[in-house]
Ligand binder design. Structure first.
Ligand SMILES: [Fe+2]
Ligand SMILES: [Fe+2]
Length: 181
C-alpha cells in the first residue's frame, strides 16, 4: 500500500502529544539511516543481485523519508541527522565488505528491528497516524522477507546471532538518542 502525504493530519504537538512526537522524530532519523544504508551498499557493492535489491528498496526508503521530511516541522527532527546518515552509510558499506550473505543477514536484522519499532507505535497511535505507520511497516516487512529469503537455509551460527544482537542494540541506542536529540 502506498501512503500519500495528503492523508496526513497537520503536524500539531498538542494533538499528537510529546511522547508520540519523540517517536516520530526517531522514525524520521531511522528512515534517514535506511536511505543512507542502501546508498552505502550501492556505493561499495559490485554484486548485481545486491545492487538490484538495494536500488529497489532504496526507492521505498526514499519515499518513506520524503513523507516524514515533508510532514515533520524542522524542530521535530533529530539534530543528529548527519550522524544517522553516516552510521547508516557505514553499516551498508561494511556489510557489503562482509560478503553477499552477510549483506542480506544485516539487512534482514535491520528491517526486523524497524518492523518491531513501528509495531510498538502502532499499538497506541491515533488512527490516522496508525495508518501511516502500518503502511511503512508493511514495506519494511517486505524488505525483511526479501532479504531473509536470500540468506539461504544455512543454520544460524553464534556469530550471526551475535551480529543480530549488535544490530538490535545499536539500533535501540540510536532510537533512544534520536527521541531526545
Ligand atoms: Fe523505511
Ligand atoms: Fe526498509
Amino acid at each position: 500500500m502506498t501512503f500519500g502525504s495528503d492523508s496526513l493530519p497537520i503536524f500539531d504537538e498538542s494533538e499528537l502529544g510529546s511522547f508520540l512526537c519523540a517517536e516520530l522524530r526517531s522514525d524520521h532519523a531511522g528512515e534517514t539511516g535506511a536511505v543512507a544504508m542502501y546508498k552505502g551498499i550501492i556505493a561499495v557493492s559490485r554484486n548485481r543481485e545486491i545492487l538490484e535489491f538495494a536500488h529497489t528498496h532504496l526507492k521505498t526508503e526514499q519515499r518513506h523519508l520524503n513523507l516524514l521530511t515533508d510532514w515533520l516541522p524542522a524542530q521535530y527532527k533529530s539534530r543528529l541527522i548527519p550522524l544517522w546518515w553516516l552510521s547508516g552509510w557505514m553499516l551498508g558499506a561494511l556489510c557489503v565488505i562482509g560478503g553477499r550473505r552477510f549483506t542480506f543477514i544485516t539487512i534482514s536484522a535491520v528491517e526486523s528491528f524497524v518492523i518491531n519499532h513501528y509495531e510498538q507505535q502502532i499499538r497506541y497511535a491515533p488512527q490516522d497516524i496508525k495508518v501511516l505507520l502500518t503502511s511503512l511497516q508493511e514495506d519494511e516487512a517486505h524488505h525483511q522477507k526479501d532479504a531473509a529469503l536470500r540468506t539461504g537455509t544455512i543454520k544460524s551460527s553464534r556469530l550471526i546471532s551475535l551480529w543480530n544482537k549488535v544490530i538490535w542494540q545499536g539500533s535501540a541506542l540510536a532510537v533512544s538518542l534520536a527521541k531526545r536529540i
